[in-house]
Design a protein around this ligand. Sequence first.
Ligand code: TYC
Length: 107
Amino acid sequence: MSDDDAGQNDGDADLLLKTKPKTQKPPLYKVLLLNDDYTPMEFVVHVLERFFGLSHAQSFELMLVVHKKGLAVVGVFSHEVAETKVAQVMDFARRHQHPLQCTMEKE
Ligand code: TYC
């Protein structure tokens, strides 16, 4: 490679390194399920299957994590999808008169 070529390539490398991406990744939101003393375990398992697309076995395992630890992340979504999941879970729990709580927070 000639000295001229080397100089040209250095210029390209600088350009690539200094170019900032113009698009930003949209923020993601964790959806959390909270433990309580009254919501039946089977109801929580059903919620996880129905609204989070988990298998029965995955749902049972995750329900036990919430039951033992107090809360767990049950999914990570865009702001709009996370809001919808929280609203669906809270509405379903309220309609069945269970105190189950579901919230979201920025990842
Ligand atoms: N702690 C509840 C019980 O013993 C079960 C439960 C699990 C409730 C997870 C809420 O998010 C929850 N019946």
